[in-house]
Structures are given as structure tokens and as C-alpha cells.
Design a protein around this ligand. Sequence first.
Ligand code: GTP
Ligand code: MG
Length: 204
Amino acid sequence: MKINSAEFVISNQDVSKCPTNRLPEYAFIGRSNVGKSSLINMITDYKNLAKTSGRPGKTQLINHFLINKNWYLVDLPGYGYARVSKSSKAKFQKFITKYFEQREQLVCGFVLVDVRHEPQKIDLEFMEYLGESGIPFSIIFTKADKLKPNALDRNIDLYKQVLLNGIWEEVPPYFVTSSSNKMGRDELLAYIDGINQSMNNDFK
Ligand code: GTP
Ligand code: MG
């Protein structure tokens, strides 16, 4: 799929104020600093569409980006950022949970995982929560440029094993990406395109 246009539409904390048209949307969720906003820029090929930062906790709202005028990418705040105060953390969690539970336009959540690290409880628990809530999701491994090929394969294999040893009977669809060198971009766009096509406008 070619990206012809990508535009910022709205930011808010309130799921009822998200765009009301019935276009399919794909949300990026994961720990703070995992690379959600960078991946939105990489996929769309716009440098500064989503705001990124070396410091965790940059994205604090639900951000809708309209792509090719017919689907949305949604950038969400990260979870698991210790330095955000307790009250704002609780607030985050509440509106993120509300977003996942109430947003009918959400066709797939992408859970981003930093491929350099061992599987983290908070990510596994979030996937479990999505599974239990019947929300379709896929995994995106990020920052693949930071590992040598062997280490990359090893970490992905380990992740799969941990998933299969946990509650999952099969490994969810997954993508290996790098926002620095665009690895995984074509695969991810083809996947989204496939889902968009399969909905065949029934959605609207
Ligand atoms: P929050 O909004 O705070 O939740 O973070 P985020 O998940 O949106 O992360 P963001 O995209 O802001 O990126 C965090 C940092 O990681 C930035 O310094 C990025 O440059 C860096 N980064 C993101 N993706 C990659 C990648 O694929 N490779 C490398 N090397 N660095 C990356
Ligand atoms: Mg962000």
C-alpha cells in the first residue's frame, strides 16, 4: 500500500470525542519509549507527524491520524512509565482502557515490544487483557536495528516460547521493525491493507 496522505486530526483523553466517522483504525500501544510515535512517522514517511522524544512519557493523549483519507492510525500514551505521578497514571490507564473497550472502530491493536528486552510482565499482561476482552491484536517488535541478526532471532524465539508457555495456544501475528532503517514497513502496510480490504467497506 502506498501512503498518499497522512494528517493529524485530533488529540484528546475522551473516547467519546474521537472521530465519529466509521473508518477502521489501528492503535499503537506499549511501554513508554518503545517507539510507538516513531513507528507512526516511519510507516507514513512523515518525519514529525507524531511527536517523539528520547524521554519516556511524551505521548499523553489519544491521537488520531487519518491515512489516505480512509483509515486511522492511533498513537496512544505508553504504559509502565514510573515517573508519571500516580494520579495521572491512574487517569491514563482509565482512558486507555476505555478506548480499548468502547472504540468500535478499532479493528486491530498493535502491542509494541522492544525486541532488545526479555518478555516483560506488563506487556504479557496487557496482551492477556486484550485477549480476554476479545480485542484482536498483533505484536510489533521495535528497535530491531539495535541487535545483530543472531540476537534478534534469539530474542524473537524466546518471546514466542514465553507466549506459548503462557495462555496462548498460538503466537499472534507479529512484525519485526525498525524506525531507523524502515525494516518491517512493507509487511505492516500490507497487513493493514489486507484487513482494510477484507472489510470491503462493510464497515462504513
Ligand atoms: P511515549 O510517547 O513516551 O510512550 O514513547 P513512544 O513509544 O512513542 O516512543 P518514541 O517514538 O517517542 O521513541 C522513543 C525513543 O526511541 C526516541 O529516542 C526514538 O528515537 C527511539 N526509537 C524509536 N524507534 C526506534 C528504532 O526503531 N530504532 C532506534 N534505534 N531507536 C528508536
Ligand atoms: Mg509517543
